[in-house]
Design a protein around this ligand. Structure first.
Ligand code: ATP
Length: 298
């Protein structure tokens, strides 16, 4: 594993507002890393700091294991603001201007337009583009010069479902070519569908980080049935980590405050003389986990 970004106890205040508070996290090469949090949780501020657009009050960050420099900056592409190009110019002309500013030659323009699905529209003026196409052109522009890292702030904001699907496919395609992606989003569904890793932010603080699949794999709720429902309800309260349960005539829904393996639950019941006739895991969605975390940290 190669750490491409490490953030160490970063804090940023705007006047009295604590936008980011002692935030630490690491992003490894090849990850699609989601910064997930509600509006105002500090995502854009974090991205702005690591792109040197805003200065942190405290803490530090490193790109590729070193203090950020002009050289490391060249290895990073980003789309932080809404797409802004010359309205009367076509995408090729617009990207030529970006290439000039970045000190790159024009040889990469065809590649990035093809990758983002805009090559057929190479003669259309920017002002005739749909919002989704404008967003894809912004991504194309960020991809000029083959950056190793692509940073996107709310990449699907304001897009219709088809536009969202296009951007999602595009991000996965870019990641498939080996680019590390860091994206900020307030949409759980987006993070769940695109990201391999996630850090959940609330009020500038990190509540959780880890693999998206790990979060999805946490089983702490089960449906159980037995021919002796009364015995089952009594016994289950003694299972380590028991939190609560609800019951109907022939089914109980039990929650634990830690991860529980179904085989352990089955064995426990058997030891207590209860034969289960039904046992089914209820995996938490990232949404449930996210909402629980936010509730616990109100
Ligand atoms: P959103 O999704 O709404 O953009 P976010 O998670 O990206 O939210 P930030 O934009 O980083 O969050 O904002 C974090 C906090 O800092 C918010 O309370 C916001 O109002 C405040 N803030 C952000 N930028 C500034 C600024 N330039 N001046 C003053 N306050 C700011």
């Amino acid at each position: 594993m190669e750490t491409v970004l490490s953030i160490d106890r970063l804090s940023k205040k705007y006047g009295k507002i604590q936008a980011v508070k002692t935030l630490s996290l690491e992003v490894q090469k090849g990850q699609i890393f989601g910064l997930l949090g509600p509006n105002g949780s500090g995502k854009t501020t974090t991205l702005s700091v690591i792109l040197d657009l805003v200065k942190a009050d405290n803490g530090s960050f490193q790109w590729f294991g070193s203090t950020p420099s002009k050289e490391s900056r060249k290895r990073i592409g980003s789309v932080i603001e809404s797409p802004n190009f010359f309205p009367y110019l076509n995408p090729v002309k617009n990207l030529e201007i970006v290439a000039e500013i970045k000190g790159l030659d024009y040889s990469d323009i065809k590649r990035v337009l093809t990758l983002t699905g805009l090559f057929e529209r190479k003669k259309s003026k920017f002002k005739t583009f749909s919002f989704g196409m404008k967003q894809r052109l912004a991504i194309a522009s960020a991809l000029l010069g083959h950056p190793e890292i692509l940073i996107l702030d709310e990449p699907t904001n304001g897009l219709d479902p088809q536009g969202i699907a296009h951007i999602r496919e595009l991000i996965l395609k870019i990641a498939g070519e080996g680019t590390t992606i860091i994206l900020a989003s307030h949409l759980l569904d987006e993070v769940q569908k695109i990201c391999s890793h996630v850090a959940v932010l609330n009020k500038g603080t990190k509540l959780f980080d880890g693999e998206v699949s790990e979060v999805l794999a946490i089983s702490n709720s089960f449906e159980l049935s037995s021919s002796s429902m009364e015995e089952l309800q009594k016994a289950i309260r003694n299972f380590p980590g028991y939190k609560s349960h609800t019951s109907t005539v022939n089914l109980i829904n039990v929650s634990f405050n830690k991860e529980v393996k179904p085989e352990d639950l089955n064995e426990f019941c058997f030891r207590h003389g209860i034969i289960l006739t039904h046992l089914s895991e209820r995996k938490r969605s990232l949404e449930q986990h996210f909402l629980e975390l936010l509730q616990e940290n109100q």
